[in-house]
Design a binder for this molecule. Structure first.
Ligand SMILES: [Zn+2]
Length: 476
């Protein structure tokens, strides 16, 4: 098709900020609308003017609710986007929890900067507010459970398929079709999940396409071979022997639910004794409700347990702390217990007030179950710091510091190839996205050597002309 192109405005050279712009001579579509996170040079991009006009976009598609794929949406709406936002209904339900929270955090951060003179701009402003987030949520057009196809504009359409990454996550086949032109299909992987994970089904096999965008978060890494439940079991049994508590900092969406599921499995198989388990995060409580409610997103084993009258996300002695008072009451509980609390990298949140008590306790254990970015308190502890600053005081670390590897919501590179091996025909060109430069290059090499596919690693701002074959139309 003449005049059809794709441009990359995020999610290249990094795992954050995903934004892919499809343009035809008359229309434009954005796939994912992620916030940049991590390094300051990346975060500054959230403040740069967009290379396109949000008010001129015809449609927006979100693959899933993670902030690095959705968190820029309120800002996009603030800058004039008024069109539909298509996503799965699971994604919409998680966004209702995540986006207002992101807005609130930005407001608090701006306030903090102004209060302590930590800003070059006066006054510091939030990227968007909680109110902006609510405004953006009104544009969501969640797809119904049985109809995962949507008409975009003209004869163009999109089909959403389960990516097994978090609840509601989808990969999306977009078919661009205009008069007298060959239709062109582009497949956006979003984030692809690991096979054989708790709760979620395996990613659906991808249909053929003219062009493919594939994520490469783990393009150069493989998940370990020790099952995470074995590692978790051993850590808990040692803590029980010492009579000490276990603190698990965990991201409120997905990781908390996965840990709960594993703890319940360990209890059911009598691999660990029944212990008091506390979930201390209002966001985790809300996300757990979404995970429990969305039956169509659960795998077969999950459903079997539910049918047998068991709640797969509930241990036998579980307390969910929503209010501050409920949170404080957890401290009164002496002896072995398991506390799961956010933020997962200990950058803030209630986990800090538990850490204050647990870190100096030699009988206790802190267990990391996710990636700890440089500069976070979690990373300091993982790297063996003997004391860490919490609420401006220095807290000694005398507890056991443990980590459970392999609990990732991303496919490693072998799983990614396994997923793609189901594609019946090779794409004309594959764009390797959503990875640090080494990961993206490694996945490109894997695709070239194992599949003999032509692959490119785009950079920020790169634009490619696309040309359809008309061979892979969506069955919408
Ligand atoms: Zn994700």
């Amino acid at each position: 098709m003449k005049g059809l192109s794709i441009s990359f405005f995020g999610g290249v050279g990094t795992v954050t900020g995903s934004k892919y712009l499809i343009k035809t001579p008359t229309r434009s579509l954005l796939v994912d609308c992620g916030m940049f996170q991590g390094l300051k040079t990346l975060r500054d991009l959230n403040w740069s003017p967009l290379p396109f006009k949000p008010s001129e976009l015809d449609a927006l598609i979100l693959t899933h609710a993670h902030i690095d794929h959705s968190g820029y949406l309120p800002r996009l709406v603030k800058q004039g986007y008024k069109g539909p936002v298509y996503c799965s209904s699971g994604t919409a339900q998680l966004l209702e929890i995540l986006l207002p929270d992101a807005g609130r955090l930005q407001e608090e951060d701006a306030e903090h900067r102004n209060l302590h003179g930590l800003t070059h701009h006066t006054p510091a402003l939030p990227l968007y507010t909680e109110q902006d987030a609510y405004k953006a949520l009104r544009l969501l057009q969640p797809l119904s459970i049985d109809n995962e196809s949507v008409h975009l504009f003209g004869a163009s359409k999109a089909r959403f398929m389960n990516a097994g990454h978090i609840i509601g996550s989808r990969f999306v086949q977009v078919t661009i079709e205009e008069k007298d032109m060959h239709p062109c299909t582009i497949l956006f992987s979003g984030d692809i999940g690991q096979y054989d994970r708790a709760i979620l089904p395996d990613p659906v096999s991808p249909p053929p396409c003219d062009y493919l965008l594939v994520e490469s978060t783990y393009g150069n890494r493989l998940h370990g071979s020790e099952p995470p439940e074995t590692a978790l079991k051993n850590i808990i049994l040692s803590a029980v022997k010492r009579g000490g508590p276990v603190l698990i900092p965990a991201f409120a969406v997905d990781r908390t639910q996965e840990i709960l599921y594993l703890l319940r499995e360990l209890e059911d198989s009598k691999s660990i004794p029944v212990l008091p388990v506390f979930i201390d995060s209002p966001m985790a409580a809300a996300a757990t409700e979404v995970y429990t409610r969305l039956k169509s997103e659960q795998d077969e084993r999950y459903r079997k347990l539910t049918n047998a009258g068991r709640n797969p996300l509930s241990t036998r002695n579980l307390t969910i702390a929503r209010t501050r008072e409920e949170s404080k009451r957890i401290n009164d509980h002496r002896g072995p217990k398991i506390v799961i609390s956010a933020a997962g990298m200990m950058t803030g949140g209630r986990v800090l007030h538990h850490a204050e008590r647990i870190l100096p306790d030699p009988t206790a254990a802190i267990v990391f179950v996710g990636y700890q970015a440089e500069g976070t308190t979690g990373r300091l502890i993982r790297d063996g710091a003997s004391e860490v600053p919490i609420y401006k005081t220095s807290v000694p670390v005398r507890c056991h510091v443990e980590a459970v590897e392999g609990l990732s919501s991303h496919a490693d590179w072998k799983d990614t190839l396994r997923w793609l091996s189901n594609m019946r025909r090779r794409p004309r060109l594959t764009f390797v996205t959503h990875g640090e430069p080494e990961s993206a290059q490694a996945l490109k090499r894997h695709l070239e050597t194992e599949f003999h596919w032509e692959a490119a690693v785009p950079a920020y701002g790169d634009r490619f002309e696309l040309d359809g074959t008309g061979e892979h139309q969506a069955h919408a």
